[in-house]
Design a protein around this ligand. Structure first.
Ligand code: NCC
Length: 276
């Protein structure tokens, strides 16, 4: 299979991937008693468009980066899971426009999802590793973690905060883009939150800067900038096809290599203004 160049890869992504979220009128959810807790419209019609956006990976290499001001200067900032800003403003900034969380975070006691104020700024977007077929009824009855019960509980406590759930089709469309651009078969596990969030922001923004997804010279085995835990698998991947995701992002990058090396910064175009 011929290796697609950056511009072709970007166009393939734009044409084959659609950020889709669950809405209250979607079957089988529409016939459930709690359907009205789901948003009436799509995330992409409610949020943005933004001019500049920052995606902040949770990588340990953000520690001592001093990137906080630069990150906050964007019109919108996306963060992941339980990644905090308090106490780390100098390195990661303090603005949170969107927080993308996996269903494990919503379910585990450690993250105090229902009670911590960490999750209360900006819009929330949740996802769950659904079966490959992405059949909604099948998924609903067998989610990886109890995403739907936790969603209902959270909505009751914070009814005014925008909160979306990604359609599993989206995660598998992104997965297919990775697989179609790799010579070898990759594991059938969904992409990491990092890549899902990056594609999400490319759908809402004119320019997207992704920080420390492709590691800079600060590359470290420290897993997260906010925790004293060391594991190289956080950067290289185990469950997620993370190394392949990074390969793909490297090929789509429109910024320079020194930008990666010194700032851990990748520059990606938004889909809207991309000429294909
Ligand atoms: O670690 P996690 O991801 O929350 O990180 C968010 C995204 O940042 C990128 N990253 C992170 C660390 C690192 N050293 N390098 C990186 O590039 C990745 O793109 C990552 O997706 C997830 O994807 O949702 C993940 O979630 C954690 C965990 O569930 C949450 O942090 C909550 O504790 C997963 N860890 C485990 O299951 C143990 C991780 O595999 C993926």
């Amino acid at each position: 299979r011929p290796k697609l160049s950056g511009p072709k890869l970007l166009c393939q992504m734009k044409e084959n991937v659609e950020v889709e979220t669950l809405t209250s009128d979607l079957q089988p959810f529409s016939s459930l008693p709690w359907a009205s807790q789901l948003p009436m419209s799509q995330l992409t019609s409610d949020l943005g468009p933004y001019r500049t956006c920052a995606v902040v990976s949770s990588a340990g290499s953000l520690r001592y980066s001093g990137l906080g001001k630069e990150i906050d200067s964007h019109d919108a900032v996306l963060r992941f899971n339980a990644a905090p800003t308090t106490g780390f403003e100098k390195d990661v900034g303090s603005k949170t426009t969107i927080r993308l969380i996996n269903s494990q975070v919503m379910a585990s006691d450690d993250h105090r999802f229902l009670s911590s104020s960490l999750y209360s700024s900006g819009a929330l977007v949740a996802w769950d590793p659904a079966p490959f077929s992405a059949d909604l009824s099948q998924w609903y009855n067998r989610t990886d973690y109890p995403i739907f019960t936790q969603y209902q509980r959270y909505r009751r406590l914070h009814p005014m905060q925008p909160f979306y759930i990604l359609h599993p089709r989206f995660e598998w469309q992104v997965w297919q883009r990775i697989q179609d651009n790799m010579a070898e078969p990759i594991q059938r596990n969904p992409p990491s939150s990092g890549l899902l969030g990056t594609i999400l922001m490319m759908s809402l923004c004119e320019v997207v800067h992704v920080y420390e997804f492709l590691p800079s010279r600060r590359k470290t085995e420290l897993c997260h900038y906010y925790q004293r835990f060391y594991d190289a698998a956080c950067t290289l991947g185990a469950y997620h096809p993370l190394l392949y995701e990074k390969n793909l992002v490297k090929r789509m990058n429109q910024g320079s290599d020194p930008d990666i090396y010194t700032h851990g910064r990748v520059t990606l175009p938004g889909f809207r203004h991309l000429n294909c």
